[in-house]
Design a protein around this ligand. Structure first.
Ligand code: FNR
Length: 184
């Protein structure tokens, strides 16, 4: 069955390695799984006061997109050993109003990306901590820590390292199985 995945990319820059990883995963995914990036860069910082009467249009657009997805996939860099603020803000916006948040109870996956050697391990697990509270069941295995991402892509965004391409294919197929398992 066709499944729509809302992909959250934790970096806002054009040449983002995380965004390239997300686009590569979209290509490696099985045909029934559609990965669409949900833009988070225009979301005003979460402020509970603004949710009372007239939430910003950007929040509403974002929440509607999140609501129509069958599953969530987070592809993020690590900022100062944690989740980038833009992604944390998107999670906060998606989680509210309390009890009515759009970002909940659908199968999840986490991929962290870094040009460094640790593969964004700190961001990866801080992110999982928030997803526990949001009741998003995150696939446990395989874990995806993409290290050395600085020379992973060619100019067209193709993955140049065969081992990493194979791993990401395995990952996204396992994630597709995870989505099906929880949908059943
Ligand atoms: C970084 N970077 C970084 N890398 C890392 O592995 N661990 C870290 O804690 C940090 N901290 C950090 C903080 C800030 C504010 C910036 C801007 C960057 C480097 C980071 O991994 C690198 O810039 C990536 O290329 C960012 O991901 P995108 O934008 O390529 O997806």
């Amino acid at each position: 069955q066709d499944r729509k995945v809302a992909v959250f990319v934790g970096s806002l820059r054009k040449a983002s390695l995380s965004r390239k990883t997300a686009l590569a995963l979209a290509k490696l995914a099985p045909a029934h799984l559609t990965l669409d990036i949900v833009e988070i860069g225009d979301l005003p910082l979460y402020n509970e006061d603004r949710d009372k009467d007239a939430p910003p249009a950007q929040w509403t657009r974002f929440r509607d997109q999140v609501r129509t997805a069958d599953a969530f996939l987070f592809v993020t860099p690590e900022y100062n050993r944690s989740v980038p603020g833009a992604l944390k803000n998107a999670i906060d916006v998606g989680s509210r109003p309390y009890g009515k948040g759009a970002l909940t109870k659908k199968p999840g996956g986490v991929v962290s990306v870094s040009p460094g050697a640790l593969g964004g391990f700190g961001a990866h697990h801080h992110l999982r901590q928030s997803l526990v509270f949001l009741d998003i069941p995150v696939m446990q295995q395989p874990e995806a820590y993409v290290s050395g991402a600085g020379d992973l892509f060619d100019e067209t965004g193709e993955i140049q390292k065969e081992g990493t391409r194979d791993f990401l294919r395995t990952f996204i197929h396992a994630y597709a199985d995870w989505v099906e398992k929880l949908a059943a």
